[in-house]
Design a protein around this ligand. Structure first.
Ligand SMILES: C[S@@+](CC[C@H](N)C(=O)[O-])C[C@H]1O[C@@H](n2cnc3c(N)ncnc32)[C@H](O)[C@@H]1O
Length: 316
């Protein structure tokens, strides 16, 4: 692990400010955005992820027909969410983002172990397995109710649900929650056996779910998409939702990881150009924020070369 707590390309360092000026220069940003996308799709297909095929199949999967019924019309989207993300002009609020999320998730896992020539399926299993391992060691001993906030198209939700179902051998009730009804429509379509109790369109900060109704709340690759106030508000909401002795578990990019700190300039510039809240995320003291909200026994594990898992308990 590096002694530096964050990469030089994030926060207020000179390098970071230079990159931010590049990104804020509209014509340069437009080119970078396109480039980031092309690199992503080309690399994924080279590694066997059927990016365009997945997209075409989802277009005719019936997901679009689910949009209306899954949408909660009373939601007001926060400003921080209504900005371009991942090179999509409408961020997570559009079909292209939802139809490409699965392939993008597989591609992300492949980038974690570039030297090991894993298949995308192996890399995905290893990525999720490393998170589950930390939960097994430091998390709840018995889980009945799980909430996966920022569930996107449901890969994290289904994998976590199946992990507890099979490792515990007792029934588990799992809810996947997201602010994008497009993502949720895809998640519901992919959940062909109806394993997940509910795909819920809500804000992580204000879920409308009952007090003390979950044993485990997870934020898997969510908080790098959030400004710090939203992260803190979601921690507060998780504390309310958990039963005493329940756990909040977070997995996301690790600012202390040497791989992340030493990303080549082209890659970190591309990354920052598609992640509007990267500076907030890389400079936030996540553990201190969890403790300030009221979590105890906060433990951090570098669960793979790029990511860390942080887990904390709600006091009894
Ligand atoms: C990178 S994806 C998460 C991926 C997924 N959990 C996984 O591990 O594969 C982040 C998701 O968080 C959702 N999101 C962002 N802000 C949110 C908020 N305030 N409340 C609920 N969901 C949010 C986005 O719509 C997006 O689908």
């Amino acid at each position: 692990m590096s002694d530096k707590i964050k990469p030089d390309w994030a926060g207020d360092d000179l390098l970071s400010r230079f990159v931010n000026v590049l990104i804020q220069t509209k014509p340069i940003y437009a080119v970078m955005k396109q480039q980031a996308r092309q690199v992503l799709v080309k690399t994924a297909e080279k590694n066997g992820i059927p990016w365009r095929k997945n997209y075409e199949e989802l277009e005719v999967s019936g997901a679009k027909e689910r949009l209306e019924s899954i949408t909660n019309p009373s939601i007001t989207y926060p400003d921080y969410y209504q900005v371009p993300f991942h090179a999509y002009e409408k961020g997570n609020l559009c079909w292209p983002a939802a139809f490409e999320a699965e392939s993008a998730t597989y591609a992300m896992a492949l980038r974690v172990w570039p030297q090991e020539s894993l298949s995308w399926q192996e890399a995905q299993a290893r990525l999720r397995g490393s998170f589950h391992q930390v939960l097994a060691t430091h998390g709840p001993k018995l889980v009945r109710d799980i909430l996966d906030i920022g569930c996107s198209v449901g890969i994290s939700t289904l994998t976590l649900h199946r992990y507890y179902q099979s490792s515990q051998g007792t029934p588990v009730r799992t809810v996947g929650l997201d602010l994008s009804p497009y993502m949720l429509a895809v998640a519901q379509t992919q959940d062909v056996n109806g394993e997940i109790a509910q795909w819920l369109h809500a804000k992580g900060e204000e879920t409308g779910l009952g007090d003390r109704s979950f044993d485990l709340v997870t934020l898997q690759f969510l908080i790098h998409e959030l400004p710090r106030q939203a992260t803190q508000a979601i921690f507060q909401e998780a504390l309310r939702l958990l039963r005493p002795g329940g756990y909040l578990a977070i997995v996301d990019n690790n600012p202390k990881s040497p791989v992340i700190q030493n990303l080549p300039p082209v890659l970190f510039t591309l990354m920052k150009s598609t992640e509007p809240w990267a500076d907030d995320f890389y400079t936030l003291d996540v553990e201190a924020t969890m403790q300030a909200v009221g979590f105890e026994n906060v433990v951090t594990v570098a669960s793979d070369p790029r990511h860390r898992t942080i887990i904390g308990r709600k006091p009894e």
